[in-house]
Design a protein around this ligand. Structure first.
Ligand code: BGC
Length: 753
């Protein structure tokens, strides 16, 4: 493999030298020429066989260029949280390299929870540099599938329940990656909102839900982020697999949105030669050999877009128009990446990358609850941040305090250069200021292996649940403060690809452990590590709750910094924590996965556009456990009265709404000011309100800043499926300024003329 690459590089250099000698560089090699001219020139020099070869994989993660012309191969990598370790040419198993350990960046749920597009850019640049250093053409990420249900095993790889938030956060990530000359491949387009039956789910939903909820983040990724690649999803839509889908790929993505990049199949997402030719797929990857059998190896020639494609062309069953379109797209990809001589070299495992991972993590961790506790002879005070002048004996309980969480979860699993556990992070931060003990509390999943990457941790423990609880409770009684660190993990049935969770509950009997700890010591902090909402039946008994995520290499230092107050928390939830599963639209009225099925089964999104807080807002009696957009700080913020620059706006005008925000506490901190729009009267049912702006504002104690939002007609529009277009209906609206979907601070009425 290496030999081949070196040859490709040499042959490219040779061609440059030859061409320079002859004083005439072929157009496709001349990067002073416009991209499209270079593409046409290269295309005109290629044989039919060379063109077909480009459209399918030659190994697990690569597809060929044209060696004869010095056009390099394409190399893909997962994504989206770090650069996947190298696998064998034709196997998922490790290649056994010793130089492919990476920095694990926080999961995308954590990135979304920062509500800070600057963090997305930092993330994109950093991971892009790692991808570039590892000589990758395409990074398989980011993912922006909408969080429809808390049971989806892959929510941790996505950016939450709201299309606007996901859209604002995905754009800078893409730009950051692509600035390195590496393509971002936005996935999984579209409607892959659960994992069980992911190959056999035919999603049935209204055009409105498709366009208002499930597509907008992809649309901005393409139109604003200018993503060079997109990955088709496994599921079906209108009974066609999403990887070759006339509606999603040809009509919407390529025609309506003007996407000029490549559509890559998800691994094994291609099912039919003719459909792949006609319905928008450009590059076929990961097919199960001849498409029928699983696991046979080295059958790339049997891929749907390999010999079967050539055969159809030779027999005159299809022309070459579609092929040329696919190859043009692939050439564009290669010119933008591999053949971009201006691109930087990249870097790996640098102090800057660790610092970026830590910074994003500390901005994304969410303080859910922090109640003041009574104290003897002193004023009541919140438990967090932990005051090490007072707290001398800390007990940490829970498996997630020690378990490596970068291994597992499916294709995003990583081989890290280092991962600092929460317990080690807390110990390092506390130093000799307090004693830190650890108790297991429960046994979750002691295993730690994915595709040959092993954590090497021995987490086996044969004690019974009762014994573990008794030990933790006895130790809790002796402690000044207890920090329970649990949640989900990356094992099957938790936060893991190809599986979904069975319920909203915490697994492994953790509720019992938490309840027992709360009885034993009122100074209890619960840290939930997950990529999904969980039920918290003990919520009233626990004074401080922190939502942590899979934050990667810097898990420990990031959490410790928040718990000890080195960083003032400013993360806000990118999805709703429902009190019960039935409080989520997909489970109340919608359909969820039925039994495992090899046959195609319809799953109807009956909750329609009412996903997440849009559903919660509609239910008058249900209050979420924690609302979308919720997140506390160690300081307090006061919002003044919001004001609009006018009371009416014309359809092409922009209205500006301004609100003063003051830090009324004693610490520097950041607040996420959220703008929701309510359509007071409309011809179609609309959500009570929808997020249309947000701004993270950092303030010193006593400081006030004005936050302004610009509202244009796109913020007022809905998708009218009878006309297949976005419509802003004249009438009354409200701009709602809020600190979460249920914490409304100010409202400004206005009218669209
Ligand atoms: C996943 C993709 C991933 C691909 C390659 C698939 O199973 O769905 O997200 O990029 O594998 O590993």
């Amino acid at each position: 493999m290496m030999k081949k690459r070196i040859f490709a590089i040499c042959s490219l250099a040779g061609l440059f030298a030859l061409a320079a000698q002859a004083q005439q560089l072929p157009v496709y090699l001349d990067d002073s020429k416009p991209l499209e001219q270079r593409v046409e020139d290269a295309l005109s020099r290629m044989t039919l066989e060379e063109k077909v070869a480009m459209t399918h994989a030659q190994s697990k993660f690569s597809s060929p260029g044209v060696e004869r012309l010095g056009i390099p191969d394409v190399w893909m990598t997962d994504g989206p949280h770090g650069i996947r370790p190298e696998v064998l040419w034709d196997e998922w198993e490790q290649a056994g390299w010793s130089n492919d350990s990476c920095v694990a960046f926080p999961a995308l749920t954590c990135l979304a929870a920062t509500w800070n597009p600057e963090m997305s850019l930092l993330y994109g640049r950093s991971i892009g540099e790692e991808a570039r250093f590892r000589k990758k053409t395409v990074l398989l990420g980011p993912g922006v599938n909408i969080y429809r249900t808390p049971l989806n095993g892959r929510n941790f790889e996505y950016m939450g329940e709201d299309p606007y938030l996901a859209g604002r956060m995905v754009v800078p990530y893409i730009q950051g990656v692509q600035q390195q000359g590496v393509a971002a491949c936005v996935k999984h387009y579209a409607l892959n909102n659960h994992e069980v039956n992911r190959h056999t789910t035919n999603v049935v939903l209204s055009d409105r839900a498709l366009h208002e909820i499930y597509l907008p983040a992809f649309k901005v990724a393409v139109q604003e982020g200018k993503a060079w690649a997109i990955m088709g999803a496994y599921n079906l839509y209108k009974n066609q697999h999403a990887c070759h889908n006339q509606y999603l790929l040809n009509d919407i993505l390529k025609k309506q949105w003007g996407f000029d990049g490549v559509v890559v199949s998800d691994w094994g997402g291609c099912h039919d030669t003719e459909q792949a030719i006609r319905y928008g797929l450009d590059m076929e990857y990961g097919s199960w050999t001849n498409g029928l059998t699983m696991g046979a190896s080295n059958a790339y020639d049997s891929y749907f877009l390999a010999i079967p494609y050539l055969k159809m062309i030779r027999e005159g069953k299809v022309g070459t128009q579609e092929l040329d379109d696919k190859v043009r797209r692939i050439l564009r990809l290669i010119f933008r990446t591999e053949m971009n001589r201006q691109r930087p070299w990249g870097s790996m495992n640098t102090p800057e990358h660790y610092a970026a991972a830590r910074r994003i993590a500390t901005e994304g961790i969410v303080l859910l609850k922090n109640e003041a506790l009574k104290r003897k002879g002193a004023k009541p005070a919140a438990l967090l941040p932990i005051d090490l002048e007072e707290v001398k004996r800390i007990l940490v309980v829970g498996e997630n305090a020690v378990k490596m969480l970068t291994v597992g979860g499916g294709s995003s699993s990583l081989k890290v250069q280092r991962e600092i556990s929460p317990l080690d992070g807390i110990r390092a931060r506390v130093g000799n200021k307090a004693e830190v003990k650890w108790a297991r509390g429960y046994v979750g999943d002691a295993s730690g292996e994915y595709n040959g990457v092993v954590t090497g941790q021995n987490l086996k423990d044969n004690r019974s649940a009762d014994e573990l609880i008794a030990e933790a409770v006895a130790m809790a009684r002796e402690a000044d403060c207890v920090i329970f660190i649990g949640g989900l993990n990356k094992s099957g049935g938790q936060d893991c690809e190809d599986t979904d969770r069975a319920s909203l509950d915490l697994p492994y009997g953790q509720d019992r452990v938490i309840a027992a700890l709360a009885e034993a010591n009122s100074r209890l902090v619960v840290v939930n590590i997950s990529g999904n909402a969980v039920a918290m039946p003990w919520v009233e008994k626990v004074p401080a709750i922190v939502q942590d995520w899979y934050v990667g290499s810097e898990a420990g230092p990031a959490l410790a910094a928040v718990l000890m107050g080195d960083v003032n928390p400013s993360g806000h939830l990118p999805f709703t924590f429902p009190a019960r599963l039935e409080d989520c639209g997909a489970h109340a009225v919608g359909e969820f996965v039925k039994e495992r099925s090899r046959e195609v089964v319809d799953v109807e999104y009956k909750e329609d556009i009412f996903v997440g807080y849009r559903w919660a807002d509609k239910q008058k009696k249900q209050k979420p456990l924690f609302a979308f957009g919720h997140g506390l700080s160690y300081t307090t913020f006061q919002f003044g009265k919001a004001q609009a620059d006018r009371t009416t706006m014309g359809s092409d005008e922009v209205l500006t709404v301004t609100v003063p925000v003051t830090n009324t506490g004693a610490l520097r901190g950041a607040e996420v000011v959220q703008l929701y729009i309510r359509d007071v009267e409309s011809s179609l049912p609309r959500p009570v309100k929808e997020l249309k702006g947000f701004c993270k504002v950092e303030l010193n104690p006593g400081e006030t800043k004005e936050v302004s939002f610009r509202i244009d007609r796109s913020a007022l529009s809905f998708y009218d499926d009878s006309r297949s277009e976005w419509v802003a209906e004249p009438g009354r609206f409200e701009a709602i300024i809020a600190a979460s979907a249920t914490d409304i601070r100010s409202k400004v009425p206005f009218e669209l003329k």
